[in-house]
Design a protein around this ligand. Structure first.
Ligand code: PMP
Length: 400
């Protein structure tokens, strides 16, 4: 009965790893997927995570019963505090509902389905470019996807005029997806002053902001600094949604742990919103998994563990920042044509190199370096040892 099926293409991002795995070359380098690697090129489990996992295993009072549809209560409360700040008026006034979801993707999907069902406007505006999964997630959630200008290839920076123009002409009430920090794939974020202008425009047009926060702490190394754009919008008392992921900042990729928060106008509305979120989640996967959320809750709850986390997180962010400098210096010293200062200016896990699809495929074929065809490289996949190879490859691609 499935004979008629055509083979679906690989996911454009995960497909990079599939191709990488097939390459027998000993020098191959995978800069496709956005996952942190150590200087030795190995995946990293944070010490604080290992420690908490030991405690959880040794605690014989724990069981593996189903948790509620909305997830662990502690986890939800502490996740809201992490993104909105301990002194957030929205939290104090109980205007926030937070539900544990399957990492960032699941949080976006649950939020999208909730909006498609209950919000009067079904159009969501995504930045161009954006994470490749965004349009698919929101389309399948039942929203119609539009785009707003974000990145200016000519300057390798923010197209702020274009952004204001496009959001300014979006129909009133439209949903706007905003990357909270460390924009993927460009690494280009608005300044706080620009965020303030975006906020004013969004509020004056009654647009609904939906933040995707997949990299809190990864951009600057500070959890609070990276949450500033979101907090700016919460401070004005207006409504918004936030999807949080603990994949990157706690290295919990495969545990699929994240949260969706919806900030409402009143505590009463928030509790009705939560009741409807349950109706979205129950037929989708019943209830979320317990393990990852227990780890996160334990770390967020305990000030010593929390401090340990912030130190390890800063270590990851700093290593990425140092990779930026090393790659920039390596290109400079080779005299590679072009202004590569965007490598050190861009923020977060990725550099949007400006290399085109032809140059990317040259680098893959000749140098066994794998990345997405839009020229995005994961700085977290680089090390001092591999920077020279990448710089050689870029030099050859640009001058060849
Ligand atoms: N949003 C953005 C912008 C991302 O880059 C990612 C991860 N690549 C996600 C959401 C979701 O990741 P996850 O579902 O693994 O938390």
């Amino acid at each position: 009965v499935f004979n008629h099926l055509v083979r679906a293409p690989e996911d454009p991002i995960l497909g990079v790893t599939v191709a990488y795995n097939k390459d027998p070359s000993p020098v191959k380098l995978n800069l496709g997927v956005g996952a942190y690697r150590t200087e030795e090129g190995k995946p990293l489990v944070l010490n604080v995570v290992r420690k908490v996992e030991q405690q959880l295993i040794n605690d014989l009072s724990r069981n593996k019963e189903y948790i509620p549809i909305v997830g662990l209560a502690d986890f939800n409360k502490l996740s809201a505090k992490l993104i909105f700040g301990a002194d957030s008026p929205a939290i104090q006034e109980n205007r926030v509902t937070t539900v544990q979801c399957l990492s960032g993707t699941g949080s976006l999907r649950v939020g999208g389905e909730f909006l498609a069902k209950h919000y009067h406007q079904r159009t969501i505006y995504l930045p161009t470019p954006t994470w490749g999964n965004h349009p698919k997630v929101f389309n399948l959630a039942g929203l119609s996807v539009q785009t707003y200008r974000y990145y200016a290839p000519a300057t390798l920076g923010l197209d702020f005029e274009g952004l204001l123009e496009d959001l300014g002409s979006a129909p009133s009430g439209s949903i706007v997806l905003l990357h909270a920090c460390a924009h993927n794939p460009t690494g280009v974020d608005p300044t706080l002053e620009q965020w303030e202008q975006i906020r004013q425009l969004i509020r004056s047009k009654a647009l609904l902001p939906f933040f995707d926060s997949a990299y809190q702490g990864f951009a600057s190394g500070s959890l609070d600094a990276d949450a500033q754009p979101v907090r700016l919008f919460v401070a004005d008392g207006g409504e918004l949604l936030v999807a949080q992921s603990y994949a990157k900042n706690l290295g919990l990729y495969g545990e699929r742990v994240g949260a969706l928060s919806i900030v409402c106008k009143s505590a009463d509305v928030a509790s009705r919103v939560e009741s409807q979120l349950k109706l979205v989640i129950r037929p989708m996967y019943s209830s979320p998994p317990i393990h990852g959320a227990s780890i996160v809750a334990a770390i967020l709850k305990d000030s010593d563990l929390f401090n340990e986390w912030t130190i390890e997180l800063k270590g990851m962010a700093d290593r990425i920042i140092s990779m930026r400098q090393q790659l920039f210096d390596a290109l400079r010293s080779r005299g590679t044509p072009g202004d590569w200062s965007h490598i050190i200016k861009q923020i977060g896990m990725f550099t949007f190199t400006g290399l085109n699809a032809k140059q990317v495929s040259f680098m893959t074929n000749e140098y066994h370096i794998y990345m997405t065809s839009d020229g995005r490289i994961s700085m977290a996949g680089l090390s001092s040892k591999t920077v020279p190879l990448l710089a050689d490859a870029i030099h050859a691609a640009v001058t060849g």
